[in-house]
Every structure is written in structure tokens, then in C-alpha cells.
Design a protein around this ligand. Structure first.
Ligand code: HSE
Length: 403
């Protein structure tokens, strides 16, 4: 018999417990032994929960029980998740986690601690929900150099943008729906401001390169400035708007960012809708590989948590070593180059043509001028926009374009 514990009986914790009961037989066959949930740590009593008899309030009960070999940390947030994870690893227990904030902040240190104590620290559920993406990058694409990653990494914002695109829904109504479905973070600012996607692109980049970037060093924009009118103009021009986490190699530099992008309809990312996530990984030998699935929700996330638990118990978990970024990565965002969608008012088309002679003008219904600039760096974009500003132009919208 193998014994496991779950830290936190929230959305993901309950889903994980459900999974281990529902698929008990299959899991036993795959592990080669029965797997039993022995404890659930929570500060609440939760007498109505089917797992009420497993609830303990003191982490010491789990740490002090030598029968528990794997702990699933699904509490979320930095504290006390960090302290509990350190304690469990130091006590010789493997830890699996859905906690993207913790992994993006302390992943390098926690992997080191796990190695020091001869146990595993795994976090497939932290990125892309149900989608197997971290293990495949580590194992199945191990012969490649990863040259780029573009991911729809946040289910809540993808749900909102899909509802804005498909149904003309307002931002607020779509956010409320996503919250009701249990996709959103407790504080949805982490979703809509791009912070959640930022943590996930840091985890993906570290998995691909071995270097963990400080999320605070990543250029991060959310979707709160996206207007219904921009979504419509983009749609007419053959684009859909997606919040992307990206790692991009350009001229030998590695850029990392989170921002809304106009995604061409022909891109495999364009058709990823609702709560689904998609991660397009560009490699030197395998070419492009697309990972797709449900990026949020209790059962999809539980699926990834369970995969890590089973992998530890079977002894086939991938070993990772991350170092922290030395400050040279990510590259200076001012040098990142792409096309830009802009919507301007207070300026004539002729004045825009003087600054961006190769711009592609897009049809609009109102007074605003919408266009796609040529490929220019962020610095050039800012300088040229300032020149237009001197002629009276006022920026109404700015969204980068995925090439
Ligand atoms: N709030 C997150 C999302 C949950 O919407 O994708 C999964 O990490």
C-alpha cells in the first residue's frame, strides 16, 4: 500500500481526492500497488465533505507519518505553501504541486531541496491544467533546443476573450461567468492582468531552458484594455485576440513576455477557445509541437496532479535542475520586434502615412484610424508614436501581432 496526503481541500484538492477514489483500480494497476489517501490538510473542519474523516489541521501529522511518501500541495499562494513544501521535502517526501506562484518564485530552490533529499518535486498541474506539457518538454523533446514558446496559458482570460469574440459579451459579464465556473483565481486580477500567465510562461521557459526568470522581470500586460471594437476590427482583418505568454528568440536574444496578441486565423492558437489552453513549442529538430487541453477547473487540474503522484510512485519522474536567471534573461523588451495593431484618433491618415508608410490600414466604422504597423521594435514603436502624438494623435488601442 502507498499512502498520500493532500494539502488544501479547495477546488483542486477536492478534484484530486475525487480522482483517487474514482480511478482507484486503474491507479493501483499502473502503480503496481494500491494508493490510499491518508490525510487532507485544511484549516476548516468541512463536516459535509466526503473526505471529512481524512482532515487534519496540523502539518506535523503528515510530516511525522513515515507511511506518507507523496504529498500534493494544492493550497496555492506562497505562504504557508512554501514552508510546508520545504518541510515535506526535507522529511523525505516527494511533493507534487499545482501552485504556479510558488513554482515560478521558488522553483529553482525547491528542485534543489528535493534533489538534496533524494525525492521529487513535480508541478505539471501548475501550467496548462490537464495538458501534459512540462513532462513532454523535459522527456519527449529532450533532444531538441526549444527556440520559442507561445501559449494561451490562462483559461479565464481565454474564456472572456472568446465570449467577447463569439457573442459580443461585455468583459464584466464574461468574467463573472468564468468565476462562477471556478476557473478564475480568488483574486481575478491575477488572471486579467496577465500575472497568472506570467508565472506559467516563467515555468515553461525554465522547463525548456533550465533558467528560471524572475516573473517581475517579464513584460506583462493583461486584457483589461481590450475593447469590443478592437475585437471586431481584428476579426474583419482575419485575426482573433488572445492573451499569450511567449518566449521568443530573436537575433540571439531570449525575450519573455505576456500580452494580448492579434493571432492570425491560420495559427493553430486561433481556434483554441473557452477555458482551453494551448502551448505551441518551436524546436530545432521536431519543428512545432502543439499541446492542447483544458487549462483550469477541478478535474482537469486533478488529472495533472495525479499524473505526477503516479509518476513518483512508479519511479519514472523526470529530474529537473533549474538555475536562477543572472539578469541577462529575459532580453531588454525595448528591442523586441513585431507588428503592432494601433487605433488612433485626432490625426489624419496622411500624417500616419508619413511615420508608417508601409502600414496596413484596417476598415473601421467610427472616427478612429486602425492600422497594422510594419515590423518594428518596441523602442521604435514608442518613438514613432511620440512623433504622431506631436501631431495630435491619441492612442486608443495597441495590441501586438503574432507573426
Ligand atoms: N485561474 C487560472 C486560469 C486557473 O484561469 O487559467 C488555472 O491555473
Amino acid at each position: 500500500m502507498k499512502y498520500i496526503a493532500i494539502l488544501g481541500l479547495g477546488v483542486v484538492g477536492s478534484g484530486t481526492a475525487d480522482l483517487f477514489y474514482a480511478n482507484k483500480k486503474e491507479i493501483a494497476a499502473r502503480v503496481g500497488d494500491e494508493v490510499q489517501l491518508k490525510y487532507v490538510l485544511d484549516i476548516r473542519d468541512l463536516p459535509e465533505s466526503p473526505y471529512a474523516d481524512k482532515i487534519v489541521h496540523d502539518i506535523e501529522v503528515i510530516i511525522g507519518d513515515p507511511e506518507v511518501s507523496v504529498v500534493a500541495e494544492v493550497i496555492g499562494g506562497l505562504h504557508p505553501a512554501y514552508e510546508f513544501t520545504c518541510r515535506c521535502l526535507a522529511a523525505g517526501k516527494s511533493v507534487v504541486s499545482s501552485n504556479k506562484e510558488l513554482v515560478a518564485t521558488y522553483g529553482a530552490e525547491l528542485l534543489g531541496l528535493a534533489e538534496e533529499h533524494g525525492v521529487q518535486y513535480l508541478f505539471e498541474a501548475s501550467t496548462g491544467g490537464a495538458i501534459p506539457v512540462l513532462a513532454p518538454i523535459t522527456r519527449d523533446l529532450a533532444g531538441n533546443r526549444v527556440q520559442g514558446i507561445s501559449g494561451i496559458l490562462n483559461g479565464t482570460t481565454n474564456y472572456i476573450l472568446t465570449r467577447m469574440f463569439r457573442a459580443g459579451a461585455t468583459f464584466e459579464a464574461a468574467l463573472t461567468e468564468a468565476q462562477e465556473k471556478g476557473y478564475a483565481e480568488r483574486n481575478p486580477a491575477a488572471d486579467i492582468e496577465g500575472i497568472d500567465a506570467c508565472r506559467k510562461i516563467c515555468i515553461l521557459t525554465a522547463t525548456a531552458t533550465g533558467t528560471l526568470i524572475d516573473p517581475a522581470a517579464v513584460h506583462t500586460e493583461g486584457i483589461t484594455a481590450i475593447r469590443q471594437s478592437d475585437v471586431q476590427v481584428a476579426a474583419q482583418a482575419g485575426y482573433t485576440v488572445k492573451l499569450l505568454g511567449r518566449m521568443v528568440e530573436q537575433s540571439g536574444a531570449t525575450f519573455v513576455m505576456v500580452a494580448p496578441f492579434l493571432v492570425p486565423a491560420a495559427s493553430p492558437l486561433a481556434s483554441i477557445e473557452d477555458v482551453f489552453n494551448g502551448v505551441l513549442v518551436k524546436t530545432d529538430f521536431a519543428g512545432e509541437v502543439l499541446f492542447y487541453g483544458r487549462g483550469a477547473g477541478a478535474h482537469p487540474t486533478a488529472s495533472a496532479v495525479a499524473a505526477d503522484v503516479i509518476s513518483v510512485l512508479r519511479g519514472d519522474a523526470p529530474r529537473r535542475r533549474w538555475s536562477k536567471s543572472d539578469g541577462g534573461v529575459p532580453a531588454d523588451f525595448a528591442l523586441f520586434t513585431c507588428r503592432h495593431y494601433v487605433s488612433l484618433c485626432g490625426v489624419e491618415k496622411s500624417a500616419v502615412g508619413v511615420v508608417w508608410s508601409e502600414a496596413e490600414l484596417l476598415p473601421t466604422e467610427g472616427e478612429e484610424i486602425a492600422l497594422l504597423t510594419p515590423m518594428i521594435s518596441e523602442r521604435e514603436f514608442e518613438d514613432e508614436l511620440a512623433r504622431l502624438g506631436a501631431s495630435g494623435a491619441r492612442l486608443q488601442a495597441h495590441i501586438r501581432v503574432l507573426d
